[in-house]
Design a binder for this molecule. Sequence first.
Ligand code: SAH
Length: 245
Amino acid sequence: MRANFRMQRLFVEMSLGAAARHEVSSEQFNYLANVLRLEDGAEVLVFNGRDGEWKTRVVFPSRKKIVLEAVEQTRPQPLPSDLHYLFAPLKVGRLDYLVQKAVEMGAGLLQPVMTQHVQGKITSMDRLQANVIEAAEQCGILAVPEVSQPKKLGDLLDHWPADRRIIFCDEGDEGQNPLPVLAGIKETKLALLVGPEGGFSDEERQRLRSLPFVTAIPLGPRILRADTAAVAALAVIQAAIGDWR
Ligand code: SAH
């Protein structure tokens, strides 16, 4: 079910259910009262990543407080997406973009990966999480993706569960069309791996290509920037073997 985009949507930590009442944080108070200028009796949609989406009523018990009262469930909690997104961190501004777009495109878990030529780094897990929540609020995504601590590519591959296939965007691939390669994938547990701006090293590419649980794909005849490659790859994966079908 697609989301209702006429109403404001807010992520909350509280449990949601028929009689749920929740006093909002000072940050959310500021957003609801001063930015959106909502008044007593207004309605907003809330979600917590666990209990589906709920319509709530905005109540002001005093001038400085807002309580959200659950009215009814508007959408049930969906299963989380089983498409993991493994990415080499980019510099800060582009990293925000990359995280937001990956969430919009249906990544279910975000895993920063440190590769040999990586230039960016994760300076704040809170910032990553805030970008995930902002994208979920905006796009009506209820299964909020998890964000994992950064890992080295080698360590990740050493302990990789063999039943989850890694789709590796290989800028050195001889081909151009990813669709025939994707059509051959049998697994439903998937992970997408996109390299850093500097690309993968030869050693990394060789190791990835030698592993039984990795499939390399090309993304057309041009070299794409890492953030573009991620959106392009997520789109072709979702359309060919994912949740766009
Ligand atoms: N500096 C590298 C390009 C890196 S692009 C070079 O010039 O070769 C960043 C990442 O995006 C790559 O590591 C790869 O994962 C992905 N990517 C970009 N263009 C691609 C393409 N045409 N095919 C497959 N992957 C691509």
